[in-house]
Design a protein around this ligand. Structure first.
Ligand code: SF4
Length: 217
């Protein structure tokens, strides 16, 4: 059993917050275990709760379209949410619920090691862009410790406010170029690696010169 499957089984049995009481199924997430891009939404809705899968309702259909627009399929990325169980009546997740569920998302990121994390909506954005406002930072990225974070509106926003559909589609089209940059950044030696390589080079030089000096005596 893979570590991610094992993790998903633990999430399915989790009772760390009140959301476990009314869920039909927990929705851990799905996709490639070694995905380069991870999409993180807010919380499961009714359809997701029924099926135990993320983004399977109308917002999920739009996400599929968005993925298609950049030549990706759902199975090539990883899709998850900030909280893994449906809040009653699709209300917003509460801070203590987000806090209780944080360990699961942290572990998923640790196992998948994505090069790029795309936040979908306010709650996911708040985790990776603290203090930011979605209307100001959507479509922009930041890099931290080798991971590129990219903020987008939640696909469901387009269902409530049709004018956002075009904005979301435009933002999605920026992902391939940010991913290429993220891949290039991941291949660049980090300052620590460069320092280590420099040190090794010096040691090698000393080793090469020492026998010559010794032969003079
Ligand atoms: S929302 Fe998260 S913390 Fe709360 S019960 Fe579900 S899996 Fe556990």
């Amino acid at each position: 059993m893979s570590s991610l499957t094992d993790l998903n089984e633990k999430i399915a049995k989790c009772d760390a917050c009140r959301l476990c009481k009314q869920r039909k199924r927990a929705v851990p997430g799905e996709g490639r275990e070694d995905a380069e891009i991870m999409f993180i939404g807010e919380a499961p809705g009714w359809h997701e709760d029924q099926q135990g899968r993320p983004f399977v309702g109308p917002a999920g259909q739009f996400l599929d379209e968005l993925l298609q627009s950049i030549g990706l399929k759902r199975g090539e990325v990883y899709i998850a949410n900030v909280v893994k169980c449906r809040p009653p009546s699709n209300r917003d997740p509460l801070p203590d619920e987000i806090g209780a569920c944080r360990k699961w998302l942290d572990r998923q990121i640790e196992l998948i090691k994505p090069k790029m994390i795309v936040t979908l909506g306010r709650y996911s954005m708040a985790r990776f862009f603290p203090g930011a406002t979605i209307s100001k930072i959507h479509g922009t990225a930041r890099n931290s410790e080798g991971v590129t974070y990219f903020a987008m509106y939640h696909p469901a926003a387009a269902l409530h406010q049709g004018s956002l559909r075009g904005v979301i589609m435009e933002d999605m089209l920026k992902i391939p170029s940010f991913l290429t940059q993220a891949e290039a950044a991941a291949e660049e030696p980090s300052p620590q690696k460069a320092k280590k390589a420099e040190k090794m080079e010096k040691v090698e030089k000393v080793e090469q010169t020492e026998p010559k000096q010794l032969s003079m005596f």
